[in-house]
Design a protein around this ligand. Structure first.
Ligand code: B12
Ligand code: SF4
Ligand code: SF4
Length: 304
């Protein structure tokens, strides 16, 4: 947890407006609606004084691959944040408890935010000292690397602010070099239209032809720029049971099984607790088709 004031973020705000005007947000229209409130929460809540920024570790190791008896199946990779139950539900419950406690202490809180709220979560977290924003644009904490979800509570309590975190990337460029689609067009700037995470989750249209061979086996989301980051190599396992891969889809999904789901109602029933619900059945089917079309040598590698 870290605390910062509810005053506007000037530098991150300017960067955000430029990012939008450069078209980097693609079809995510919601990001363009009243953009100023994302870096200036007092426009919405004039009495706000402090932003309580929170991070929750979701890291868990890849399972051991010791099952050699089952026949090889073509599967797609799932980003780590989506292996278990949907984090929105889990964190919203925790936020409610925190808000109750603050209210009992005499503070007023507005709704807690996790992901969906109109707030530049990473930039507020950085100013609240939770961690620094890396060249891959992720918020990197000292304890858990970037394998954390972010959330915030905005309150009218004038709390003591933490010191902002300072950047520690130095000369490293591993994330920029590893990104298969060159979505990190320069340090700290991501063109979402090129990002596998956007293409496989948020994007409503087809996956553009030149991107199909660059998916690197990802069916939902992408973790490459986090996996290569040196700050992520000593990550600690999460102690939140809901994030466990045993409570959700885990690290990969069989394309055959996915394509066998007969209709939207069955899909919804199967994925109701999972972040994969967001891509809908049609989005995951599109991704599965793209993976089948992608570079055959890569498919062979994964089957091997
Ligand atoms: C839209 C969105 C996306 C888009 C765009 C991502 C992006 N980098 O902009 C897409 C769909 C691609 C995406 C992907 C992912 N996302 Co997302 N996403 C969001 C969302 C809803 C808004 C982010 C946003 O406003 N982006 C616009 C850019 C411009 O802003 P920003 O990156 O947040 O912050 C910038 C400014 O602060 C600025 N800045 C500040 N100071 C300075 C200084 C300088 C010099 C410069 C140049 C810039 C600068 O730099 C930041 C980086 O560009 C947030 C939730 C939220 N409400 O904030 C989650 C969120 C950022 N996503 C999250 C996650 C987990 C992911 C994925 C890891 C999921 C996955 N595995 O597939 C990937 C990571 C890809 C990546 N490298 O960023 C987490 C990030 C946690 C963390 N540790 O950082 C968030 C915070 C959700 C949450 N509540 O936990 N996401
Ligand atoms: S999530 Fe994947 S595609 Fe997006 S910037 Fe990171 S490495 Fe590139
Ligand atoms: S890989 Fe290197 S440059 Fe990229 S975020 Fe991590 S430390 Fe920074």
């Amino acid at each position: 947890m870290g605390i910062t004031s509810a005053e506007p973020l000037t530098r991150a705000g300017a960067h955000y407006l430029k990012w939008l005007s450069d078209g980097f947000s693609g079809e995510m229209a919601y990001l363009k609606r009243a953009p100023e409130i994302r870096f200036d929460p007092k426009r919405r809540f004039p009495e706000a004084k402090s932003v309580i920024a929170l991070a929750l570790n979701y890291y868990q190791k890849e399972p051991e691959q010791n099952d050699t008896t089952s026949p090889p199946q073509l599967s797609g990779k799932v980003a780590r944040y989506a292996w278990g139950e949907d984090y929105h539900h889990i964190i919203e419950k925790k936020l409610e408890r925190l808000i109750e406690t603050i209210t009992d202490l005499g503070g007023r809180c507005w709704k807690g935010y996790v992901d969906h709220g109109p707030l530049l979560e990473r930039a507020f977290a950085e100013r609240a000292g939770l961690g620094f924003i890396g060249k891959n644009t992720n918020l990197i904490t000292p304890q858990f690397g970037s394998w954390v979800f972010l959330a915030e509570v905005i309150t009218d309590l004038a709390l003591i602010n933490d010191e902002p975190a300072t950047n520690q990337c130095g000369t490293c460029r591993k994330c920029i070099e590893a990104c298969p689609t060159d979505a990190l067009t320069e340090p700290y700037r991501l063109d979402a239209r090129l990002c596998i995470s956007y293409l496989t989750i948020e994007n409503k249209g087809p996956i553009p032809e030149p991107m199909v061979n660059k998916l690197e086996g990802w069916l939902f989301g992408c973790d490459i720029c986090q996996e290569v980051c040196p700050f992520n190599h000593q990550a600690i396992e999460t102690d939140e049971p809901g994030f466990s891969m045993h409570r959700g889809v885990g690290p990969s999904l069989s394309l055959d099984e996915l394509e066998r789901i007969p209709d939207n109602a069955s899909f919804k029933q199967q994925f109701t607790q999972s972040p994969l619900l967001r891509a809908k059945r049609s989005g995951l089917a599109r991704n599965a088709t793209a993976l089948r079309q992608s570079n055959p040598s890569k498919i062979q590698e994964r089957l091997g």
